[in-house]
Ligand binder design. Structure first.
Ligand code: FAD
Length: 394
């Protein structure tokens, strides 16, 4: 059985590894001329690390990870701690795997190296897919250069602007969520005393928040700054912005955040888009995963991790399937409730981080501050269903 995977991003590469492990021949079609990821970090919660471990990606990734000491929430301007809960020593025991932070390029490179060790030339570059067709026993993808390729299965892992999804569900635009994100990666050696804490740290404020992490063994600092803005008027969904603009957005915020912006070589702005949950993720032998299926806000740090889970579950349903289309539908049924719940939780988290005015902030963060001191477990317990989940065992 052969699968063509459309999209050589984090989701597509994981789908190829999972399907290959399940005995499928795989080829990944990537529109770009090289396999690259944006210069930004990504947090890998234990539920995602379990998939990477099972797919044997960790030997290639481990040299580049950073394992944060804590998960923390602070006030953005004062830097005052709301809670700071140790996770480094408890993640494995509580959730079954480590909590990690990595550079996206390191993540993609680890997936690529692991896949190519098993399937040399797994990636076909400069292969932009424009659509698909299918018969009872084959699915075909159409490339922009006029070629047609066929297989037993087509996986649309082509991201939030998925061409496969558009053909399957119909043309609609992803929803602009009313927020955009600043992103920057800065060498730690430039930051001195103002290095971000060794934490997955959220800095909450009025209508905006920031997240700081460390990457590449702790040699890089990562900054994400999410700001409410009514419209996204840029033509592209990501664009370079100026430090002056970013400093204006985070002017008056804690010096750690201002220093990250001042020391960045480039600041990028991303419009944050999501989609309402879809009613189906497959059409016969063609199936969606990752952002193509369920784009979400980044405020639970689960988009890529959910793509890992999708890939693993899809491959399991297809490993001994008599009927590819039925297996794809069963995969959708196995995944839709969890991804919808996490989409919803991501949106709620964003509004929690953006509380307006002192009264709302004190009302929200006061009880969290108290819980962090007297019962930190009550702050970790709501994460158990996400981080403790193990798709490799269920
Ligand atoms: C600010 C921010 C912070 C985030 N932080 C986290 C985090 O900490 N943890 C986490 O788990 N997630 C995080 N995410 C979410 C995560 O980045 C995405 O969910 C993830 O990258 C989705 O992977 P994907 O492979 O589905 O899509 P993509 O990464 O978008 O990859 C799609 C690939 O398909 C290719 N492609 C597109 N169209 C075609 C075509 N027609 N033909 C061929 N190829 C095509 C593209 O070139 C690309 O390589 C964050 C997102 C943002 C915006």
């Amino acid at each position: 059985m052969k699968a063509l995977i459309v999209g050589g991003g984090i989701g597509g590469a994981t789908a190829a590894l999972s399907l290959n492990r399940a005995g499928w021949e795989v080829e990944v079609l990537e529109q770009a001329g090289t396999l690259t990821e944006v210069g930004a970090g990504i947090q890998l919660s234990p539920n995602g690390v379990k998939v990477l471990r099972e797919l044997d990606v960790m030997p290639a990734l481990d040299p580049f990870v950073y394992q944060p000491e804590t998960l923390s929430l602070r006030r953005g301007k004062s830097g005052r701690e709301i809670f700071n809960i140790p996770i480094k020593d408890i993640a494995e025991q509580r959730w079954g795997a480590r909590y990690l932070q990595v550079h996206r390029a390191d993540m993609l490179a680890a997936l690529q190296v692991t896949l190519e060790a098993r399937v040399p030339k797994a990636f076909r570059l400069n292969a932009k897919v424009t659509g698909y067709s299918q018969s009872a026993d084959r699915a075909t993808v159409h490339l922009e250069d006029g070629q047609n390729l066929d297989a037993d299965l087509v996986v649309g892992a082509d991201g939030i602007h998925s061409a496969i999804r558009t053909q399957m569900i119909g043309p609609d635009k992803p929803r602009y969520t009313g927020n955009f994100a600043w992103r920057a990666v800065v060498p730690m050696e430039r930051l001195g005393e103002l290095a971000p804490p060794p934490s997955g740290c959220v800095w909450a404020g009025d209508r905006k928040h920031a997240v700081t992490t460390r990457l590449r063994g702790g040699t890089l600092a990562n900054f994400v700054g999410v700001v409410e803005q009514a419209d996204w008027i840029e033509e592209s969904w990501s664009a370079e912005g100026s430090k002056e603009q970013a400093l204006k957005d985070f002017g008056g915020w804690h010096p750690v955040l201002r220093s990250l912006i001042e020391n960045a070589d480039n600041m990028f702005r991303w419009g944050l888009f999501d989609r309402a949950p879809l009613k189906k993720w497959s059409d016969g032998r063609v199936v969606l995963l990752g952002d193509a299926a369920h784009a979400m806000l980044p405020s639970m740090a689960q988009g890529a991790v959910q793509a890992f889970e999708d890939a693993f579950v899809l491959a399991r349903h297809l490993s001994d399937a008599d009927n590819v289309a039925d297996a794809c539908e069963a995969y959708f049924k196995a995944r839709i409730n969890r991804t919808t719940r996490i989409q919803d939780r991501s949106a709620k988290n964003l509004s929690l981080f953006h509380r307006r005015g002192t009264a709302a902030q004190v009302g929200t963060f006061g009880p969290m501050w108290l819980a962090g001191r007297i019962a930190p477990n009550t702050l970790l317990a709501p994460l158990d269903w996400i981080y403790g989940y193990d798709v490799t065992k269920t």
